[in-house]
Design a protein around this ligand. Structure first.
Ligand SMILES: [Zn+2]
Length: 214
């Protein structure tokens, strides 16, 4: 493999023979991205994943920091169980602290921009990557609103020269996607940032879908 400067991708990407892969999954370790990974693996697709992580400031840690660490560890375990190489991209270096509370419009989502930016960046390093997978269910705003999806696609078109974004499970509900996830992986798929509190909107989504809260 050539000696390439992969910044702002993490150093471990140099250990992943990207030429051997045809797809990338934006992977949080939640229901939709895990279902998308299971779907791609079941089809025999050669996929790699990337996970956005936040390196933690100095302790003491509160519930959000514990949640971020748990989600990061679980994402890694899920990818391992499914045999998918995963790289961790530290969002701390993207200057998250500059994100303002008064978000300009509903279209504004820094996660969306970072997801499409890093997807596009991977295709610059390896143009053979043809499928950039983004997990959506049928009630997600990016599934309902074509203009939100287009915002993601425009970044990818800019960087990759064509729209490589794929949302193959977008027509499926959260419950239907849960059913695609292997049983030995399900206990690792966490959603609530507060130990399965049963009261937040993330827990509500799982309860509505008939998915056990962790
Ligand atoms: Zn909760």
């Amino acid at each position: 493999m050539s000696k390439m400067n992969y910044f702002p991708l993490p150093p471990e990407v140099a250990q992943i023979p990207l030429d051997d892969y045809t797809g990338v999954i934006a992977f949080s370790g939640g229901v939709e991205s895990t279902a998308t990974m299971a779907w791609a693996v079941a089809r025999g697709e050669k996929v790699v994943a990337f996970n956005f992580a936040l390196s933690l400031p100095e302790p003491p840690y509160g519930p959000i920091e514990v949640w971020l660490a748990t989600q990061r560890i679980n994402a890694r375990l899920i990818a391992e169980k499914m045999g998918v190489p995963m790289m961790e991209i530290d969002l701390q270096m993207t200057n998250l602290g500059t994100i303002r509370n008064e978000a300009p419009t509903y279209k504004y989502s820094f996660q969306r921009w970072y997801i499409s930016f890093f997807m596009g960046l991977l295709t610059i390093y390896n143009p053979h990557l043809k499928d950039l997978y983004y997990g959506l269910n049928s009630t997600d705003s990016s599934a309902i609103h074509a203009d939100l999806r287009a915002a993601l696609e425009q970044m990818i078109i800019l960087m990759a020269g064509e729209n490589k974004m794929r949302t193959p499970l977008m027509h499926m509900t959260k419950a239907e996607q849960w059913a695609l996830i292997p049983d030995n992986v399900k206990p690792l798929v966490l959603t609530c940032s507060n130990n399965g509190c049963g009261g937040c909107f993330k827990c509500d989504e799982r309860i509505e879908a008939g998915i056990p809260i962790e």
